[in-house]
Design a protein around this ligand. Structure first.
Ligand code: NAP
Length: 270
């Protein structure tokens, strides 16, 4: 049986084993997919142990996406640009790293939410690892511009400089967001994990499509978006399944159907 896994800390909450089991069933593939809890400082050893035991690929979740980037012998362009890896494939003595978070988000917008980035003004809040992964795939969809706001302004300025070769990105601080509506607002902060709302003006949400990368519960950001007249609000569950689908394709060269799996995972987390 072909061996796959997800490595992180914590990892008990991960839905990836269930998602990959569903995808494998679609193609009659016999795979195992385990959760590996790796203690802080133990990522490289645990990853190598898994590979030596016959592991053919694994996903990487918090806090190890940058460690995974450093661990790989080869990177895809998305991983190289993001500076972080969420999927590793072992092939012909190479450890190849990819980052499927951004493609997952773009595919969720396109295939499940019928939202296009083309010509749109997009506000992204947060400048952490997730934002690094989604910036280039969104810029590849030709938005009018990306406004990148972060609590620590230096980080959004740095990222906007790094990504400006792929399209128009303006970095600024959270307190500099104008009360003028935009087309799309994406909450890519980890504030929702703490049940918090980033402090931003409500004016931006009016008539906008508002999306929180976090999934499973109505987050304070989603509640705020509804209260501030957003046209549509979504959590990031579709992105979770779509990024897993891209990992699956990276490993097995097969494209799974995501619609039924999203429904199944939705029923599980609601
Ligand atoms: P990260 O690297 O730790 O970055 C956290 C970001 O959130 C930073 O920009 C930080 O600002 C900001 N932040 C945290 N608390 C805040 C608050 N109270 N107010 C304003 N800003 C705040 O985290 P990450 O890896 O980017 O992950 C971000 C979120 O995306 C997490 O909720 C994660 O679960 C989610 N995610 C979802 C998927 C999916 O498939 N749906 C995939 C990847 C990530 P400072 O720079 O000022 O500290």
């Amino acid at each position: 049986m072909k061996k796959y896994a997800v490595i992180g800390n914590p990892v008990h909450h991960s839905l990836s084993p269930m998602i990959h089991a569903q995808f494998a069933e679609q193609f009659g593939l016999s795979i195992s997919y385990e959760k590996i809890l790796s203690p802080l400082g133990g990522f490289a050893k645990d990853s190598m142990d898994f590979i030596v035991s016959g592991g053919l690929g694994f996903n990487i979740t918090l806090p190890y996406k940058v460690n995974a980037y450093e661990f790989c012998s080869k990177l895809t362009l998305n991983a190289e640009v993001a500076g972080a890896v969420n999927t590793i494939k072992v092939e012909r003595n190479e450890i190849i790293g990819d980052n499927t978070d951004g493609i997952g988000l773009v595919n969720d917008f396109k295939n499940n939410l019928q939202q296009s980035f083309e010509g749109k003004e997009v506000l992204i809040i947060g400048a952490g690892g997730a934002t690094q992964g989604i910036l280039k795939p969104i810029l590849d969809c030709n938005p009018e511009k990306i406004l990148l706001a972060n609590r620590t302004k230096e980080k959004s300025l740095k990222l906007s400089q790094k990504f400006s070769k792929y399209g128009k990105v303006c970095g600024f601080g959270l307190n500099q967001i104008k009360a003028k509506s935009v087309d799309i607002v994406i909450n890519a902060t980890s504030a929702s994990l703490d049940g918090k709302m980033p402090e931003i003006t409500g004016g931006v949400a009016q008539g906008a499509f508002c999306y929180d990368l976090m999934y499973g519960v109505e987050t304070p950001f989603m509640k705020w978006a509804k209260e501030n007249s957003a046209s549509k609000v979504s959590d990031g569950l579709g992105m979770l399944v779509e990024q897993a689908a891209s990992s699956f394709t990276f490993w097995h060269s097969k494209t799974p159907d995501t619609k039924e799996v999203i429904k199944l995972i939705r029923a599980k987390v609601d």
